[in-house]
Design a protein around this ligand. Structure first.
Ligand code: UDP
Length: 337
C-alpha cells in the first residue's frame, strides 16, 4: 500500500510514517512544516519507500496529485495545540476546515479511503467521563476560540460521515486524547513536555487554573498502534473511535509526580487561565475516553504507562538541556525546543 500522510512531519504523523514504513508500506508525507519538523523524518528519509512533499493541505493541486497517486489517506495535518489555536484562530480554523474539505474531496474524486484524525475537544465541557463516542458535546459560545476549534473539528467529522453515507466513501474518524512521546515539542504548550522541561531546568512548573482539571495521557506508540489497527479493519469504515489511555490524573498531581521523578527543586506556580491563554478562556475540566468500542473491534489496549511516558519525556528534556549546554555538539542543531 502507498499511504499519503498529511501532517507527516508532525509529532504523531512522523511516528505513524515510521510505523508504516517499518511494516513495508510506502509513504508520502505532506507537511507545510508550520509545526512539523524535517528532523522528525530523519529516519524515514533513509528509506527508499518514503517521499516528503513540502506543501499545504490548502494547496488543491498538490493534494489532488498526491491523493491520486496513493492508495489511502491519513489526514493528520491540523493546527495543533490550544496555544496555537488561541493565538492564531483564523489560520487554525481555515487549516482545519478548508484543509480537511480539500483532502476529503480529493479522496472522493479518486475513491481513496480516508482516516480522519479528530480530537477529544469534540466533547467540550462534557466532564461526565469516561465518554463514549456518542456522548453529548457541551460547548460554550463560538466567540470563545476553544469552542470554535472544537466546532471546526466537528465539521471535519461531519464531512467524513456525509461522504461515507452519501457517496459510500471509506472513511474512519479517530478522536485522539492527550498524546505524549518523543518528538513532542514543548513549544506548542502541551503540558507534559512543558512541565518536564521546566522541572529539569529548575524553573517553576506552571499549572494553569487550580490544577484540579484532569487528563489521560497516552504514549504516541500506543496511539500509532491503534491507528494501524483501525486502518486494517474493514469494520471500522463509517465509524468513529476514541483513542486514549484510561488512567486519569489531575494536572496538579502530574506536576508533583514530575517534580518527584526528576528530583527537581522546582516549585509549582499556579497561573490563572486568563494569564496563561486569554481573557474568557475556558478549559475542559475532565477528558476521559471510553475506548471499549475500539477494544471490542481491534483488541487494542495501551501498553505504555504514565511512568513510561514520563521516563521518556524526562530523558528527552535532559538530553535537550545537555545539548544546549554544548552548542558545538552535532546534536545541538538537531534538537528542537
Ligand atoms: N496546562 C498547565 N500548564 C501548562 C500547560 C498546560 O497546567 O504549562 C494544563 C492545561 O490548562 C490543561 C492541561 O494542562 O488543563 C492539558 O493541556 P494541553 O494543552 O497539554 O492539552 P489539552 O488542554 O488540549 O487537553
Amino acid at each position: 500500500m502507498t499511504y499519503l500522510v498529511t501532517g507527516g512531519a508532525g509529532f504523531i504523523g512522523s511516528h505513524l510514517v515510521d510505523a508504516l514504513l517499518a511494516r513495508g508500506d510506502s509513504v508520502v508525507a505532506l507537511d507545510n512544516l508550520a509545526t512539523g519538523s524535517p528532523a522528525n523524518l530523519s529516519e524515514a528519509a533513509k528509506n527508499a519507500s518514503f517521499r516528503f512533499v513540502h506543501g499545504s493541505v490548502l494547496d488543491e493541486l498538490i493534494v489532488d496529485e498526491l491523493v491520486h497517486r496513493c492508495d489511502a489517506v491519513i489526514h493528520m495535518a491540523a493546527a495543533v495545540g490550544v496555544r496555537l489555536v488561541v493565538e492564531e484562530p483564523l489560520r487554525s480554523l481555515i487549516t482545519n476546515i478548508r484543509g480537511s474539505q480539500i483532502v476529503i474531496e480529493a479522496a472522493h474524486r479518486y475513491r481513496r479511503k480516508v482516516l480522519m484524525t479528530s480530537t477529544s475537544d469534540i466533547y467540550g465541557k462534557n466532564s461526565l467521563g469516561p465518554l463514549q463516542e456518542t456522548a453529548d458535546r457541551i460547548l460554550g459560545p463560538p466567540s470563545i476560540v476553544r469552542w470554535a476549534y472544537s466546532t471546526a473539528k466537528a465539521v471535519d467529522e461531519i464531512l467524513a460521515n456525509c461522504y461515507h453515507r452519501e457517496h459510500d466513501l471509506a472513511t474512519v474518524v479517530v478522536r485522539l486524547f492527550n498524546t505524549v512521546g518523543p518528538r513532542q515539542s514543548a513549544a506548542y504548550g502541551m503540558v507534559v513536555p512543558r512541565l518536564v522541561r521546566q522541572a529539569v531546568r529548575g524553573e517553576p512548573l506552571t499549572v494553569y487554573g487550580d490544577g484540579r482539571q484532569t487528563r489521560c495521557f497516552t504514549h504516541v506508540s500506543d496511539i500509532v498502534d491503534a491507528l494501524l489497527r483501525l486502518l486494517d479493519e474493514p469494520a471500522a469504515i463509517g465509524q468513529t473511535y476514541n483513542v486514549g489511555a484510561s488512567r486519569e490524573i489531575s494536572i496538579r498531581e502530574l506536576a508533583e509526580m514530575i517534580i518527584a521523578r526528576t528530583g527537581s527543586a522546582s516549585a509549582i506556580r499556579f497561573v490563572p487561565y486568563d494569564q496563561a491563554y486569554e481573557s474568557g478562556f475556558e478549559d475542559m475540566q475532565r477528558k476521559v475516553p471510553d475506548t471499549s468500542k475500539l477494544r471490542v473491534l481491534t483488541g487494542w489496549l495501551p501498553r505504555r504507562s504514565l511512568d513510561d511516558i514520563l521516563t521518556d519525556a524526562i530523558g528527552h528534556a535532559r538530553r535537550e538541556l545537555a545539548a544546549r549546554a554544548r552548542p558545538s555538539s552535532p546534536h545541538a542543531s538537531a534538537m528542537r525546543t
